[in-house]
Design a protein around this ligand. Sequence first.
Ligand code: 3HC
Length: 297
Amino acid sequence: MSEKKIEKVGVLGAGLMGSGIVHVCAQAGYQVVAREVEERYWKKAFDRIGGFMQKSVEKEKMTAADRDAAISRMSGTTDLADLAGCDIVIEAVVEDIEVKNEMFGELDELCPPHTIFASNTSSLTIVEMAAATSRPDRVVGLHFFNPVPIMKLVEVVKAVTTSQATFERVWAFAESLGKIPIAAKDNSGFVVNLLLVPYLLGAVRALESGLATTEDIDKGMVHGCAHPMGPLTLLDFVGIDTTYRIAEIMFDEYKRPEYAAPPLLRKMHLAGYHGRKSGKGFYDYSGTEPKPSDLNI
Ligand code: 3HC
């Protein structure tokens, strides 16, 4: 089967991660088509990307001509059929295997055999998606980190079914985006979330047990370990809903207490305190500066 050069990239979902993936692919010279359920979602994402690129132009990190060229390579759609001509499709939709498999199932019918299906999942295993397609050798994990345009790492994940040729093409693709790839086994959480999730959940347990205040837990890790953000700020940044879902999936996989979501995380998820994107999480973002939320602990 021909190993066609990757020229056109499809991205499923234009949320926090999907829009970052669209951004880096367009900036690296790829044609990108982003698919969202409603037009307003991809339009909002494209506005955000345009805003970040504009800031780069103002700081002379990018020329106006390069910005215009990158923007002209991006298109949005609500129709999965518009991704039929893509050489790789990267999904960045909700952490729900049924949603992911439904989309890959439809695309399996629409895309030519050479198209690679990549998943940006944080916690699901790639084999679950691979097994639901007729091209399990061309399904791979490609896990980016938030904010995608800034974070250098990408985990490239080979499922038991993924061919070496697919793995190598996706690895080279990640490098072409200016990323640093690492190879990870197809185990829930791969490398980073396997280590990061227990740390984040531990910070929630510390707050819940009254060990220290929100601000002091964060200050502890910023000033004691030189982390760019404390764990509770990072939870708000990644999203309480996303982290809760990841913890559920990882606990289901490993049945180990360090992956069990603390009750406080569940309560915040139920209350809609999803972090920065909802305006409230461990911090309240309604003022000029974030303030620790009163969570009635
Ligand atoms: N898109 C594009 N550019 C962005 C951006 C975004 N979403 N967010 C920030 N930037 C740019 C800013 O414009 C700025 O650019 P400049 O250097 O040209 O001025 C630069 O990034 C730095 O941003 P700021 O000055 O606003 O802020 P900081 O210096 O405080 O850095 C940070 C922000 C990069 C987010 C830093 O705090 C950080 O590294 N935090 C930790 C992030 C982290 O751990 N991410 C991993 C999360 S886990 C994950 O994603 C896995 C998932 O599966 C859960």
